[in-house]
Design a protein around this ligand. Structure first.
Ligand code: GAL
Length: 370
């Protein structure tokens, strides 16, 4: 009996050693401490990649990561952030759902001496945002409008700055969509695009038959493709029931573009004949497929692997007491302060360059495009 007890105790002691050893390992690999990463939604593939890329970068640098998705629900995002602070997060990386709704939880972060990095979308109305990692969002809008004009033949090339293409004279019918009004990026994209389009609307080359041209009217809450689809349907019924056609659609995001394409297809437009020139953003697999099928003309590629790296490096620098690298300290005023930013470069993607930009770089696997 005593022998048996000794044997059992021996096994227990041995397993305790193993467990202790393992947890010892775990402690070593996350010795930098916990970093909270709060992403808006899993409904778009880009945010899943963003989250995964930040997590793996931080883990490789020896940090533990609490990655959470809030499924586009603002109170959920706030609760998740509170939970990260309770768990002892030493830094937060946040892509906000509504950039104006995090003031209280960011005050709690400040009180706990936890630095905050705003990821891709600027967090507004709070002094407690330390750094911002994003792309040149105004440029994204300029690229979207430019690309639409090239696709329509109004511009001869992506370098054009005036109507110099084969179809320069017009008039051409275009409709405008913007992103979510609570996402600071949406205004930047729209303003960038309108800096290109407004002169052509003023000169009559472009006509917005719906008359819907102001940001509030064309914005799409939560970047919801179904909302864009419905608005496109309403515009087609309301403004194009006289046999006239839409020639171009400014869409700021691939998820909206797919809704817009669905509305146009339902109304009888078809790829390769009368489908308008439709642009987008994010180089989502489904939308690159739509480009290959001639439904969508272009998208904007923002390498979110680079963004994840920049934001992760910012957090690591702050936790080491170093100053993160920035390249813009004037553009992003969040209503309380200008947030020091690092802006990455966006690229226009068409059928001509998608293989080199997206596939050769490993951003999308060729087999995923079927
Ligand atoms: C924006 C982002 C875009 C797109 C959009 C919808 O904030 O900059 O790239 O992802 O959200 O998710």
């Amino acid at each position: 009996m005593i022998k048996l007890i000794k044997k059992v105790l021996g096994v227990v002691a041995a397993s305790a050693l193993v467990v202790g050893g393992l947890s010892g390992c775990a402690t070593t690999s996350s010795e930098g401490g916990l970093i909270g990463v709060s992403m808006p939604t899993q409904s778009s593939t880009r945010w899943i990649s963003d989250g995964d890329n930040i997590k793996s970068t931080l883990e490789a640098a020896g940090y533990e990561v609490d990655l959470q998705y809030a499924e586009d629900d603002i109170p959920t995002q706030v609760t998740q952030l509170e939970g990260m602070l309770t768990k002892g997060a030493k830094a937060l990386i946040i892509a906000a759902i509504d950039g104006t709704q995090l003031t209280d939880v960011l005050q709690a972060a400040k009180d706990a001496n936890v630095p905050v990095i705003s990821y891709d979308r600027l967090i507004r109305d709070s002094a407690n945002v330390d750094y911002y990692a994003t792309f040149d969002n105004f440029k994204v809008g300029v690229q979207q409008a430019t690309s639409m004009l090239v696709g329509m033949g109004v511009y001869a090339s992506e370098d054009s700055t005036s109507a110099d293409g084969a179809n320069a004279a017009g008039p051409w019918n275009v409709e405008l969509f913007a992103g979510s009004p609570d996402d600071n990026n949406a205004t930047f994209f729209f303003n960038g695009a309108m800096s290109v389009l407004q002169p052509l609307i003023d000169s009559g080359v472009l006509v917005v038959k719906s008359g819907q041209t102001d940001f509030e009217t064309v914005a799409t809450l939560r970047w919801d493709g179904a909302v864009a689809q419905k608005r496109m349907e309403d515009i087609l019924v309301g403004s194009y029931n006289d046999g006239s056609k839409v020639n171009g659609v400014l869409s700021p995001y691939d998820g909206l573009s797919r809704g817009i394409i669905a509305a146009l297809t339902d109304a009888g437009y078809s790829a390769g004949t009368d489908m308008p020139t439709i642009v987008g953003q994010d180089a989502e697999v489904l939308s690159v497929k739509a480009m290959i099928a001639n439904e969508q003309y272009s998208t904007i590629f923002k390498d979110t692997r680079e963004l994840a790296k920049v934001a992760s490096d910012m957090a690591i620098a702050l936790l080491k007491g170093e100053t993160p690298e920035t390249n813009d300290t004037t553009t992003y005023d969040n209503g309380v302060k200008v947030v020091p930013s690092y802006l990455l470069t966006p690229y226009i993607v068409t059928l001509d360059n998608y293989e080199s930009l997206l596939i050769d770089s490993g951003y999308i696997k060729a087999e995923d495009l079927g």
